[in-house]
Design a protein. Structure first.
Length: 202
């Protein structure tokens, strides 16, 4: 596959995952965009109903988002294997997504990290800004169904804006794809926490 094809494929993934394009950047041909395996699933998620529990998760995560510990990582380019691990508990990751560029245009950002949960339970992926997200079993390439989206109120946490939940199996490597379109920044804060009440003592 040529470099141009890679760029168009990745750009198509960004637009499909993020759910919209930009007027200033050149359009991605439909034939290329349709090849992108990322769906708009995270765009179509229903709002979470158990907001009380998720507010507790967000409050706990907010402590890490504001006080750490912090770790900076650069996500692997979208479409390839990822060895960028974000599995350390109670850690706020500063994630930088690789740019998707075409000539002078930066169309957006997309990349992947690996998360390996210790336990089989529901997890929340909390981010400092809206990022389209997809979770995939790294071994089988099977997409994990996301449960719901929680927009974090400012009074609950000023550092984290949104959370997406998913049921994951302990010990399984999951590739987590993120995408954003310009003018959103390439870097964002990510905290991953279990949603069960008894895991938020620390």
């Amino acid at each position: 596959m040529s470099k141009l094809s890679h760029v168009l494929l990745a750009a198509g993934a960004v637009f499909m995952l993020a759910g919209c394009g930009t007027e200033e950047a050149p359009a991605v041909p439909e034939s290329q965009a349709s090849e992108a395996p990322i769906t708009q699933q995270s765009e179509l998620l229903a709002a979470c109903q158990d907001t009380e529990e998720l507010a507790e998760v967000a409050e706990h995560s907010c402590t890490h988002a504001e006080y750490g510990p912090f770790e900076s990582v650069t996500a692997a380019p979208y479409g390839g294997p990822s060895f960028v691990d974000v599995s350390v508990e109670h850690t706020a990751y500063n994630v930088t997504l690789p740019a998707i560029s075409f000539h002078k245009w930066t169309l957006g950002y997309a990349g992947s990290v690996i998360f390996t949960p210790e336990e089989s339970t529901e997890y929340a992926f909390l981010t400092s800004g809206y990022r389209a997200i997809r979770v995939v079993n790294a071994a089988t390439n099977e997409e994990v169904g996301l449960e719901c989206r929680y927009n974090i109120p400012q009074e609950v946490c000023g550092s984290l804006r949104t959370a997406v939940t998913a049921d994951l199996e302990g010990g399984v490597d999951y590739r987590v794809d993120f995408a954003a379109i310009v003018p959103q920044p390439a870097t964002f804060l990510l905290v991953i926490e279990e949603t069960a009440h008894d895991h938020h003592e620390e």
